[in-house]
Design a binder for this molecule. Structure first.
Ligand SMILES: [Zn+2]
Length: 452
């Protein structure tokens, strides 16, 4: 029997095991003794490990943070890093999200795609590798994380207590592989003196501020000029009202992900720009426009940089006023070849002046393997060998994947570019044909990594 025939023969078993895992509501729960992420993730992990045991694999539970199943022997470890936790089911389902439903050749349920389906595909990858009789002179370890969706503390624990993975992948991204993930610089800008009475808007730091309400003294700015200036910003909607000597500006922008801020229209940024154009003399309006602005290129912090894989982007997500002080969250995505120290020294001179100040809250390093590195080559070749598709190439993205949480790996599948599996959304789905193709690609990927 060749490999595709074996996968065909095992398809119903895969569907059964996936259905078993989908039954667990493994979203982040309340911490309990021995269950750092609550009961759901711990029960899903226990189930996955017992499925692995039944398949005859060596298994280990790492304190319910994560666990692994393993085959082979040798010094080196090829790691496959999947996760069993899920985001909450949410509203709008046409089937029960925790009772996997098959309609035609499609499976529906929370986690069928992200990432329980990938975990099952990886389990059967191990099974078929072992069955194939190929020499396993490295260990092949399938790690099941339990906290990918809410901070990847599972992998922080793994890194602390377990042996390092030599090379591998996480099936929690896209084919044909993500060889670069931008770094992230998180900052907060604060006002010092401002005549702005209040300014509040946005909902998360990693999305473009979609709406914003601002109050300024009516004598600080010319209302007519302000309305004209707002009109020019491109905001889809805005209002300016005056009451008791106070102007209230409501700006409706367009949300977009922080890694692609130019796809949105920043309600706070447009308001600040319009206030300046309408003649408002104010320290923080000046600070905002000179440092944050609406260009999203980081120029105001000395960070207008790019490399062969893309440019730096800057996003203001939330604006908040507390005790008369305004704060603005800043989410910067950094080109993959720039390091932490380099960033700090470039931004340092621009952080504070007499009109405002900015604090660096966190820097998350980038992830980068050159396209011709052994790891990227091994994985990409597996994709090409199985699919015959050479039109898509490994990519660099602005977002971050699970690959950043553990050294030595990149994201490789399990989504196909251009297919929408409704991940993190209602009616999450997976085509059975995709599940089977994943197994085939992952078997080849591990073979290539064994030969690396
Ligand atoms: Zn995921």
């Amino acid at each position: 029997m060749n490999i595709t025939e074996r996968i065909d023969a095992l398809t119903e078993d895969m569907i059964r095991d996936l259905s078993t895992l989908v039954q667990y509501n493994s979203e982040l729960g309340e911490e309990k003794p021995g269950m750092p992420f609550g009961e759901g993730p711990a029960l899903a992990l226990k189930e996955a490990l017992s499925i692995a045991q039944r398949m005859g694999f060596e298994t280990k539970n790492l304190d319910n943070y994560c666990g692994y199943a393993q085959i082979g022997s040798g010094e080196e470890i090829i790691g496959i890093v999947a996760h069993l936790d899920i985001v909450p089911a949410g509203e709008g389902w046409e089937t029960d999200p925790f009772c996997m439903t098959r309609i035609g050749d499609t499976l529906y349920g929370r986690g069928v795609s992200d990432d329980k389906g990938a975990a099952v595909a990886s389990l059967y990858t191990l099974k078929l590798l072992e069955e194939s009789g190929i020499l396993l002179n490295k260990r092949v370890r399938l790690i099941f994380g339990c906290n990918e969706e809410t901070g990847s503390k599972c992998m922080a624990h793994y890194n602390e207590v377990e042996e390092k993975v030599t090379a591998g992948f996480t099936p929690d991204g896209e084919f044909p592989g993500i060889h670069g993930e931008k770094g992230m610089l998180k900052m907060t800008a604060y006002s010092k003196n401002t005549r702005i009475l209040s300014m509040n808007g946005g909902f998360v730091s990693n999305a473009v501020c979609n709406r914003c309400t601002t109050q300024v003294p009516a004598d600080a700015v010319n209302k007519e000029k302000l309305e004209n200036a707002l009109k020019e910003t491109g905001l889809p909607e805005y209002t300016v009202t005056e009451e008791n000597g106070v102007l209230t500006i409501y700006a409706q922008g367009v949300a977009a992900h922080a890694s692609t801020p130019l796809l949105g229209i920043n309600a706070a940024g447009c308001t600040m720009k319009a206030l300046a154009q309408a003649g408002m003399k104010d320290d923080f309006v000046e600070y905002y426009n000179s440092h944050i602005g609406t260009a999203c290129d980081g120029e105001g912090y000395g960070l207008k940089i790019r490399d062969d894989y893309g440019e730096l982007t800057l996003n203001n997500g939330i604006v908040k006023t507390q005790d008369g002080n305004i704060s603005c969250t800043i989410d910067i995505r950094v080109p993959v070849t720039f390091g932490e120290e380099q960033l700090r020294s470039m931004a340092e001179p621009y952080l504070e002046d007499e009109k405002g100040r900015t604090e660096i809250n966190a820097i998350v390093g980038s992830l980068f393997y050159p396209e011709d590195s052994p790891l990227v080559t091994a994985l990409y070749n597996a994709y090409v060998e199985v699919t015959g598709d050479t039109t898509v190439k490994p990519m660099v993205i602005g977002g971050g994947t699970y690959a950043k949480s553990i050294p030595g790996i990149i994201a490789f599948g399990c989504q196909w570019l251009g297919t929408d599996n409704h991940i993190h959304d209602a009616n999450e789905k997976l085509e059975i044909a995709e599940l089977k193709k994943q197994v085939e690609i992952y078997i080849q990927a591990v073979k290539n990594l064994l030969a690396m």
